[in-house]
Design a protein around this ligand. Structure first.
Ligand SMILES: [Zn+2]
Length: 134
């Protein structure tokens, strides 16, 4: 008698809150994590369109998961190690402070070398992170 929670669940366009969310064991919960427009949009497609989507998804994965290449690193970065998802490099840096000698850009005036880690995130964007492993 008290099961009114899922009334209008099919037609409600704004289900961002997911307050009555309950995982259905028969369906992949990961699919349920996708935005509704994507999930429902895909479910409406015919087989031919889904095959096109499948190829497109493969292309996107290749692009976003492509390894970090040396060419992706700045010229000033000196790779000292390869990681599973990128490189550890040593780099000379400018601190940006007014009047500091590093502003000249000459290698002998710059700070470091410091170690940085280059890697891609889930969007395929290249990131640089200070690697303070000492
Ligand atoms: Zn400086």
């Amino acid at each position: 008698m008290t099961d009114g929670a899922d009334r209008s669940a099919e037609s409600d366009p704004g289900d961002d809150t997911a307050a009555d969310y309950e995982a259905d064991p028969d369906r992949s919960s990961r699919v349920e994590e996708l935005p509704k427009y994507l999930r429902e949009g895909l479910a409406k497609q015919d087989v031919e369109s889904l095959r096109i989507v499948q190829r497109y998804v493969d292309e996107l994965l290749d692009e976003k998961e492509r390894p970090v290449e040396r060419d992706d690193l700045p010229e000033t970065a000196d790779p000292v190690a390869e990681t599973t998802d990128g490189y550890i490099v040593e780099e000379l840096v400018k601190c940006g402070k007014d009047g500091c000698k590093c502003a000249s850009g000459a290698e002998s005036d710059m700070h470091g070398p410091y170690e940085y880690r280059y890697y891609r995130d889930g969007d395929g964007t290249l990131h640089k992170e200070y690697a303070d492993n000492e």
